[in-house]
Design a protein around this ligand. Structure first.
Ligand code: SF4
Length: 446
């Protein structure tokens, strides 16, 4: 009888990618996936520690799953990802029934760890010096038929003072370009039409030395030549490492989506310095200007944080001012929270929760007005959309523009996996709605 696994994934796209990798390796061991945790023989929770709330949620999910284990003692339970990496063996003290604690770089060794857990009572694996794994290139991507992620590097060397990533994912290590191209080729043969390259700071991707060195723009050029890869994206970029060469890629590479996610975090130079971000407000604005000069239609999205220790009202206003000045296409905004081991957790000037919530509310209101205005400007325009699947209600197709705007539209399901032209008729803060101008029978891929 086959064993079944169930993976609960929290947090970032990198975790989603890791969960897919683990799923493929478990499939190769004969395990079958199940969406019902009660049917599972193995439950893995892939955790995020970037914010305090995500970590609390991971611990509460683990508590629930372990209750199930008390009723079915043969069930194996493992915690993966950043919380596992950071808390390590302490987790066994708090949760004695836990079977596996697997750090962020251990995902590719899941088969070994499962075998060990059969002969040993517990497995703790949190080695951080391992190289990023090569993908097994197996079938079985669950997320979407037409879009996929590829992790091109692990870790980060930047040590922003608020961030746990350098502690939970280790130092930067880039995968070989040949490996990445092989994985992309495999995905394309499986029907994937859009690939998003993942890394904490893809701009510092670098493989090999001197003459043979491959940096990020070269990797993009290598991948862009894959036939049938309609779209290429990447995330995340660090403003201090955004090179002119990368900006040129947006002009020169036809299948590279004209969209960049460029976190700015704060509009105040004093706070940026306390965050150790390595750029000033002025330098950030200059890079955005260079991007827009090169590609006027480029979509720019960003991350921002409110309530960093010591942030004054005036400094918060500088952040609001930057948002109004840049007019981001979308913004992911967060309240600062102390994270274990980070420098900012020991800084003075902590802002209370009520004040952080007030600032966040004001900031989100400011961005919402901008997003609604920007979305309205699409009305009457014809946009190109990769038809990815059915809309939430199931009555329309859904997909994204190059700039990652969600578009819902009535169309023939045969157009799934194609880039189609959609005339935009309506807009809201979160999505666009339109009419497909293409019909099946065009240049069909399937
Ligand atoms: S660049 Fe800064 S915020 Fe991003 S992962 Fe690295 S340390 Fe964290």
């Amino acid at each position: 009888m086959n064993h079944h696994f169930h993976i609960i994934t929290m947090g970032c796209q990198m975790n989603e990618y890791d969960s897919d990798l683990v799923a493929q390796l478990l499939l190769s061991m004969g395990y079958l996936p199940t969406s019902d945790p009660l049917e599972a023989d193995l439950i893995l929770i892939n955790t995020c520690a970037v914010r305090a709330r995500a970590e609390q949620k991971a611990v509460s999910i683990l508590g629930r799953v372990l209750k199930q284990k008390r009723r079915t003692p043969d069930l194996k339970v493992g915690l993966m990802g950043c919380v596992a990496q950071q808390r390590g063996g302490d987790l066994f003290k708090r949760f004695p029934e836990l079977d596996l604690v697997l750090g962020t770089r251990e995902v590719s060794r899941i088969r070994e760890h499962i075998h060990s857990s059969e002969s040993r009572s517990r497995v703790l694996a949190t080695e951080l010096n391992l190289q990023p794994p090569a993908s097994p290139n197996a079938s079985g991507y669950f997320r979407s038929r037409f879009t996929a992620f590829i992790s091109i590097m692990e870790g980060c060397n930047n040590f922003c003072t608020y961030c746990v990533v350098p502690f939970t994912r280790g130092r930067e290590a880039s995968r070989s370009p040949d490996d990445i191209v092989e994985e992309a080729k495999h995905l394309v043969t499986e029907g994937v039409r859009e690939i998003t390259l993942l890394g904490q700071n893809v701009n510092s991707y670098s493989y090999g030395k001197e003459e043979g060195q491959c940096r990020f723009p070269l990797l993009l050029r290598k991948l862009s030549s894959l036939k049938e890869l309609l779209r290429l994206r990447f995330t995340t970029s660090h403003p201090k490492d955004l090179s002119d060469d990368l900006i040129r890629c947006f002009v020169e590479i036809p299948n590279l989506c004209r969209h960049i996610h460029l976190p700015f975090q704060s509009g105040s130079n004093r706070i940026l310095k306390r965050m150790n971000r390595g750029y000033t407000r002025e330098q950030y604005i200059d890079r955005v200007r260079d991007l827009r000069q090169a590609v006027p239609s480029i979509a720019i999205t960003s991350d921002v944080m409110v309530g960093f220790p010591g942030e004054t009202e005036d400094e918060f206003m500088e952040t609001l001012d930057l948002i109004r000045q840049i007019e981001f296409d979308n913004l992911y905004s967060f309240k600062y929270s102390d994270r274990n081991k980070t420098r900012s957790s020991t800084m003075s000037g902590k802002i209370d929760e009520w004040e952080k919530s007030r600032r966040l509310g004001l900031l989100q209101k400011t961005q919402k007005e901008i997003t609604i205005r920007k979305n309205k400007s699409f009305k009457g325009a014809v946009v190109e959309v990769l038809a990815e699947g059915l809309s939430r209600k199931g009555d329309q197709l859904t997909g994204k523009t190059e700039g990652s705007k969600i578009v819902n539209f009535k169309s023939d399901s045969q157009l799934l996996g194609h880039i189609v032209k959609v005339l935009i008729k309506e807009s809201s803060a979160n999505s666009l709605r339109g009419e497909c101008l293409d019909s099946a029978g065009g240049d069909q891929i399937y």
